[in-house]
Design a protein around this ligand. Structure first.
Ligand SMILES: CC(C)(COP(=O)(O)OP(=O)(O)OC[C@H]1O[C@@H](n2cnc3c(N)ncnc32)[C@H](O)[C@@H]1OP(=O)(O)O)[C@@H](O)C(=O)NCCC(=O)NCCS
Length: 173
């Protein structure tokens, strides 16, 4: 369901799959081959949401952002790069994710967080505001801490996971 906020509708590329039970509101743009799964709620009202290519946002995840303020004149938009896997029931709020990232099920990522390319965030982790997660590492826990470098297999899996979801969404389409 794509809904308008003021005069702005979500813009979704042709090859994107949006499940009919998901709700996308307002200033949201999603690039080619990405997918939005059942019961995702994404609200681009007081700022914007951008999702790159071949990324997937899985069931029950919530995407929101923070409005501009005196302290933060741009507020905190939500930006997701390419080949990102967002697991089930994840909360992404006003953060910036790079490319080839896996956000484990149930994780919470807060305002101002920057996740560099090639990172895994373990299931159930909480990433507090304004933290930077460095490229090439696994982070786990609440608050999330750097656990260890990713293995070669895990790095390879980041793109495989995204590609698996491209194929799955093609079936649904
Ligand atoms: C963190 C993760 C990548 C496993 O990493 P790993 O290094 O192979 O971890 P292991 O299974 O060897 O466990 C190592 C330790 O970390 C703990 N651990 C595992 N996953 C954890 C998590 N998400 N948060 C906190 N601790 C975790 C284990 O209990 C174990 O602790 P112990 O040494 O005290 O027994 C995995 O558990 C995970 O969270 N993957 C995300 C999967 C997901 O959500 N995918 C999206 C859905 S499609």
């Amino acid at each position: 369901m794509l809904r308008k906020y003021k005069d702005t509708y979500p813009k979704v590329a042709k090859s994107v799959y949006v499940d009919e039970s998901a709700v996308l509101v307002g200033d949201i743009e999603i690039e080619e081959e990405s997918s939005i799964w059942p019961l995702v709620a994404a609200r681009g009202d007081v700022n914007y949401i951008r999702i790159g290519k071949r990324s997937n946002v899985q069931d029950g995840s919530v995407l929101h952002l923070s409005r501009p303020s005196k302290q933060h004149p741009d507020g905190f938009p939500l930006i997701i790069g390419d080949d990102v896997t967002v697991g089930h029931k994840v909360m992404l709020h006003g953060c910036t994710l790079g490319n080839r990232i896996l956000v484990g099920m149930g994780a919470i990522v807060m305002d101002g967080v920057i996740v560099e390319d090639d990172v895994i965030i373990g299931a159930g982790s909480l990433v507090p505001p304004n933290k930077r997660l460095v490229s090439g590492y696994l982070y786990v826990g609440s608050p999330a801490k750097q656990a260890r470098p990713l293995t070669e297999d895990e790095r390879a899996f980041l793109s495989i996971s995204a590609q698996n979801y491209v194929e799955l969404k093609n079936d649904y389409l």
